[in-house]
Design a protein around this ligand. Structure first.
Ligand SMILES: Nc1nc2c(ncn2[C@@H]2O[C@H](COP(=O)(O)OP(=O)(O)O)[C@@H](O)[C@H]2O)c(=O)[nH]1
Ligand SMILES: [Mg+2]
Length: 335
């Protein structure tokens, strides 16, 4: 029986031949599988493609177990955030738009082979962003776990112009569930999104806060995909942006700041003005005494009271050591 392969298949095959990158080869083979009609006439070809994928996967796994990298990224700034997503969703473009880093941005997959770090300025604090290589169905670099585990927040990047594809091929189906691909992968390395329920009760799991970034809203037909995503993950904060056009970035930064659950407070010496460029960053719910500890551990024993300038008090009002601080409060310590 003739295979009757569509022209897209041959186009993909040509790309397959051109690349030497095994990850890219796998991606294209899967695309070819998705494109080809599935009937008796293609059985053999399907089996052949699957065998090639499995061989490439094994080779890559071997390579990576041989030279096992462990990555440790020193935390800088007030928090460390990791960008995660399938290839071409725009992770590197986002890093570029939000930080001073200059990652390679390209319209072919897997341009990012190592973590790339950038610092994002927000108000008067710095937040560290880490760009990662793409995750896909059956492959994820082993060291990604080293990077994801210490992260404070995971930023899931989704290409909104692709998520809602009609499931016309396997390739498109995978795109339609790009976020679940990522969360399933993370589950395998015992990382669970805070609002999810772990598959089995176990103390091995690490729970992570996440934000979904729907990227490429400058492209057509993205609203529907955005709504679908929102309905599917009602408990994860979600924001629509265009990294390329730089739209929605301020909202994204605000969302990130909210999710960090931190406050910024300031200190001043009696009779002087506070330095509003040098905040003390503390977890929400912190007390006067926690701010004192942040300055010097000896302060904790010596602190008698503090005066406070802020939204909830009249200027310079005396407060106890246990007074719970609010965003923007200015504290004057009295020993
Ligand atoms: N239209 C549009 N294209 C984008 C946007 N962000 C990224 N891209 C394009 O998507 C492709 C992949 O981007 P890249 O950042 O390398 O993706 P990564 O593989 O996730 O790091 C590139 O061709 C980018 O120019 C966006 O906001 N709008
Ligand atoms: Mg990239």
């Amino acid at each position: 029986m003739p295979a009757n392969l569509p022209p897209q298949y041959f186009e993909a095959e040509a790309r397959y031949r051109l690349t030497a990158n095994p990850r890219e080869k796998i991606e294209i083979l899967r695309e070819m599988l998705g494109i080809m009609p599935h009937h008796k006439g293609t059985d053999k070809l399907q089996a052949d493609l699957r065998a090639r994928i499995s061989k490439l996967n094994k080779e890559m796994q071997k390579k990576h177990t041989k030279r096992r990298h462990t990555y440790h990224i020193n935390k800088e700034g007030v928090a460390q955030l990791v960008l995660l997503g399938l290839a071409n969703t725009g992770k590197s473009q986002i890093l570029k738009a939000l930080t001073n880093a200059t990652p390679e941005v390209a319209s072919y997959p897997f341009t990012t082979n190592a973590p790339i770090i950038g610092m994002m300025e927000f108000k008067n604090i710095q937040i560290q962003l880490v760009d990662t290589p793409a995750i896909n169905h059956d492959f994820m670099l082993k060291w990604l776990s080293d990077i994801v585990r210490p992260a404070d927040i995971l930023l899931f990047v989704v290409d909104l112009s692709r998520t809602g594809f009609q499931p016309v091929s396997n390739y498109a189906v995978r795109q339609a569930s790009s976020l679940s691909t990522i969360t399933e992968r993370l589950e395998k390395i015992k990382i669970i999104i805070e609002t999810f329920i772990p598959p089995e009760p176990s103390i091995e799991y690490v729970f992570k806060k996440a934000i979904i970034i729907g990227n490429k809203i400058d492209l057509p037909h993205v609203n529907e995909n955005f709504d679908k995503l929102k309905n599917k993950y009602p408990n994860i904060p979600i924001i629509a942006i265009s990294a390329e056009r730089k739209t929605g970035l301020q909202e994204l930064k605000n969302k990130i700041y909210q999710s960090l659950n931190i406050i910024r407070v300031y200190t001043k010496a009696p009779g002087e003005k506070p330095d509003m460029n040098e905040p003390i960053v503390l977890p929400k719910g912190s007390r006067v005494i926690d701010a004192a500890r942040d300055i010097h551990k000896d302060f904790v024993g010596e602190l008698k009271y503090a005066r406070l300038w802020g939204s909830n008090k009249f200027d310079g009002q005396m407060v106890e050591r246990d007074y719970i601080l609010k965003e923007g409060d200015v504290i004057e310590f009295h020993l």
